[in-house]
Write a protein that binds this ligand. Sequence first.
Ligand code: UD1
Length: 337
Amino acid sequence: MRVLLTGGAGYIGSHTALVLLERGHEVVVLDDFSNSSREAARRVAELSGREVPVIEADLADRAAATAALDGVDFDAVIHFAGLKSVGESVAEPTRYYRVNIDSTLTLLDLMRERGVTNLVFSSSATVYGDPQYVPQDEAHRTGVGLTNPYGWSKFMIEQIIRDTFTSWPELGAVVLRYFNPVGAHPSGRIGEDPTGIPNNLMPFIAQVAVGKRERLSVFGDAYPTVDGTGVRDYIHVMDLAEGHVAALERIAPGVKTYNLGSGTGSSVLEVVRAFEEASGCPVPYTVVPPRPGDVAEVVANPSKANAELDWSTTRSLAESCRDSWAWQSANPDGYRA
Ligand code: UD1
């Protein structure tokens, strides 16, 4: 297939582009580079030995995106593009809703106009809100206890996709609910390149290990978990990328929803120790009060994806730490030379 990757120069998009190319598909990257780098697409081309056409356009700007995609052929879309910082979304809700929702609306209209029926969408386990039970399967309720506009935008877009299918039964859409993506391509050439202070645990730890930041703040140690710190399901970004390809290759009319996670939870302190071991560098930390909106434990039940997509994670937390370290230590300033 020839696959349009919106946000294809970002963290998950770039790894998925590489796996698609290695599987013999063609890719076209559409990105506005607001939180990503052209260099990522260049390195994907270098790693794959294949061409990676890049279109610079803001999908939330309908006129600009339509013009930019004029004459560009594709059979399927993986829609990664969007804003993803939880804290920023609380401070700037209208921007988050406008960018995340408008870009999806534009994309769906554009696909329908052009008769492109295959869509994979990047959703998040955040739609489960306050967990009723763990591990969470796809039948877990959604949209209750969401604490930020970022999470709501994912919830709303899932609904928009289902409503679009109702009016357009040829649409084949797969909604993928990511748990906590970590790690990098084992080459250390592509990886996660957060701007400013990382919000997420593993990139923060990586910057402490490399000496860019002094110490990690551990957000709470009195949760009802194995050691009191928060437990999450960390999934290697290459496993996640393979999940997208598996979904794409099985796409059919309808809307399917899958958890992409490993099914195994790790605590903050377990991640700290795994990273210290992988890097050989100490990761000093201080326990501070819990972060508002955080929950004790989020772990996927990935059985549905395992069975229907014939996909499961194969990489361990230790490998995630090793690959994250390879990327961080070779690129301490990310893609900025
Ligand atoms: C967060 C978002 C989620 C989003 C995901 C994207 C919240 C409430 N959730 O998930 O909506 O989809 O990022 O990647 O923000 N931690 C520390 N110190 C740190 C950073 C994190 O102790 O400096 C802890 C957290 O309390 C949590 C765990 O590490 O227990 C993972 O945190 P993080 O990487 O931010 O992911 P989530 O909060 O699970």
